[in-house]
Design a protein around this ligand. Structure first.
Ligand SMILES: [Zn+2]
Length: 446
């Protein structure tokens, strides 16, 4: 087990006046950087599994089959089922999960940790165990790791080792035909946290499903991160009673209640319960990214990073695996935004509704997107007002019908390139769902 020096990292209360729950945050004494070289010897079987995994990854890259991360991680796992546990020994691992914002927040956590020491990360978003093994294999001596994890796979991770920090961002419906009921996911996260009682959990207090998942954990830092999509937050996740608006104080008759915030995210800063402000002047746009940054800073602070150094690194991030990046496409400079479920569509529409750049929306419905696009009717496209929009993708017609009923004038294009050709001056925003976004990143030049 990766139980290292956890008990040295929390500040002991200096008086009895402050509750233990208020003792974490960014005024921590620095936690020791875990020892690196030679700190732990890997057994022969693990060493061989890692060597063969790396070889397979290198061959895969050489043959032009991709980064090789998945095949390398998968092979190492098949040769040594304990490889994840073994690779985690001696490191401080931050796991990031939730429906939306995982990839961007993981990037922020990795950057923040690098202000103190080397950190590995599954930056391409391979967020199941093979992706974690692949990331940890890249630098077995890096003392930190920032790992994005699929919501349903956190329990598998905590069954293998105890992360130092677990970030629970939000939970909402996403690809329903794959993941199933949101309550199932919340229950899975709750069980995962029960397997990591010594981890610091950093969780969104405005999302009742996250509150349910984390409420029984002994070490939670609560961030008031908001919940823009309220459709999955109306009823108590524990007993089913009606809660109403989740972003006000609520207490269910079963005892579940909205916790006090340790950090609140404003339009320009993260503010602690004691009034401490941390200005957030991010290159990444929107409230959603200030929330993500606050999660990352809380994690880095818990692991002893200097908050000023951490925030400076986070502020410089301009894209995460293509999200929010500016690229060249069809002879135009465009900004790529990913939206894959009602909650993230609301975030992205909120972002672009404050601007007047040309707008292209792209929706596919392939396996990785989920075939069912009925969620289009859950998204408040009325936010776009009377703005002209061009639409493309496999389900451009469904999208155009939805937009029509939202009072938005939509022009259907055969391809994204055609859609861009018809837009006016400016830097168009292209909001695309998962496979559409992935294909655009592959076709574009940064
Ligand atoms: Zn209840």
């Amino acid at each position: 087990m990766a139980r290292t020096t956890r008990d040295t990292e929390a500040v002991e209360p200096t008086s009895g006046q402050r509750a233990p729950a208020e003792q974490q945050r960014w005024q921590l004494v620095p936690a020791p950087v875990p020892p690196t070289r030679g700190a732990h010897r890997l057994d022969l079987r693990t060493t061989i599994a890692i060597d063969i995994g790396r070889l397979a990854a290198a061959m895969s890259r050489r043959l032009g089959l991709g980064s090789g991360a998945m095949i390398g991680g998968r092979l190492a796992l098949s040769l040594q089922p304990q490889v994840l546990r073994r690779l985690a020994v001696g490191r401080r691992v931050v796991m990031v999960t939730g429906t939306n914002g995982k990839t961007t927040t993981t990037r922020m956590v990795a950057e923040a940790l690098r202000s103190r020491a080397p950190a590995v990360s599954n930056a391409t978003g391979a967020n199941m165990l093979d992706g974690h093994v692949a990331a940890l294999m890249t630098q077995p001596n890096a003392p930190f790791a920032a790992l994005e994890v699929d919501e349903l796979h956190l329990a598998q991770v905590t069954a293998q080792f105890e992360p130092a920090v677990i970030l629970l961002l939000n939970l909402s419906r996403d690809q329903l035909d794959r993941v199933g009921e949101i309550r199932t996911v919340a229950e899975s996260l709750r069980r995962a946290l029960a397997g990591a009682p010594g981890a610091r959990v950093i969780a969104n207090r405005d999302d009742p499903n996250i509150v349910f998942a984390a409420a029984e954990h002994p070490g939670v830092t609560w961030i008031s991160g908001g919940v823009r999509w309220k459709g999955d937050a109306l009823n108590c996740p524990r007993c089913g009673a009606f809660l109403g608006e989740a972003d006000r104080d609520w207490r269910c008759e079963c005892g579940l209640a909205r916790p006090e915030a340790d950090w609140t995210v404003t339009a320009d800063a993260a503010v602690a319960a004691d009034g401490t402000r941390r200005e957030l002047d991010l290159a990444l746009p929107g409230q959603v990214n200030r929330v993500n940054a606050t999660f990352a800073l809380a994690a880095a602070g818990h692991l002893g990073c200097d908050p000023n150094a951490a925030v400076q690194r986070i502020q410089r991030i301009t894209q995460a695996a293509g999200r929010y990046g500016t690229v060249r496409l069809a002879g135009r400079t465009v900004r790529l935004l990913l939206a894959k479920n009602p909650a993230s569509w609301l975030e992205m529409l909120d972002l672009v509704s404050a601007e007047q750049q040309p707008l292209v929306l792209v929706v596919n419905s392939r396996e990785a997107d989920g075939h069912d696009v009925s969620w289009l009717w859950d998204v408040d496209f009325e936010l776009l007002g009377g703005r002209p929009v061009r639409v493309a993708g496999d389900r451009a017609l469904d999208l155009a019908v939805r937009l029509h009923y939202a009072g938005v004038r939509a022009t259907v294009a055969g391809t994204v390139e055609d859609a861009l050709a018809g837009t006016g001056d400016g830097v168009p925003d292209v909001i695309a769902n998962y496979t559409a976004f992935r294909d655009l990143v592959a076709r574009s030049r940064s």
